[in-house]
Write a protein of this length. Sequence first.
Length: 154
Amino acid sequence: MAFFSFFNRGTSPIIKNHISVDAKHKLIRGWKVTDASVHDSNVFEEILAENTNRNVWADSAYYSKDRLKSLEESGYRERIHRKGTRNRKLTAREQKSNRTKSKVRVRVEHVFGAQTQKAGNLLVRTVGLARATVKIGMRNLAYNMDRLGTLLAT
């Protein structure tokens, strides 16, 4: 099952690029391509396998009691954003904690921003998930090569 976005000339499937980024160097360490029907949290463990750091930074989509327990048992320190609800607003402490976590987590968003800037846009014009996976994988590789050049130059 895939989600489709509707444009003036037909439909196109929505593909998602899930990535794990080294927070210090902004290099992509792991990635997985799925269609939009797969929730972000479903590929969490698969991408986490590439993590060598004990800190795990993630947005609120990855938050669950089971996940927190699993991370603790695996020896990870969770730095997952908290999410308020209509019936339970975030406390001032949780809001401050989220702001602090965002300063590190934003480095992942920089990767997507750099990919968009270099590629012009992130439209993947292919048929099928396998071809989209290869094309997105090549973009991730190209990003890492460009980033490595920047790191070596400094």
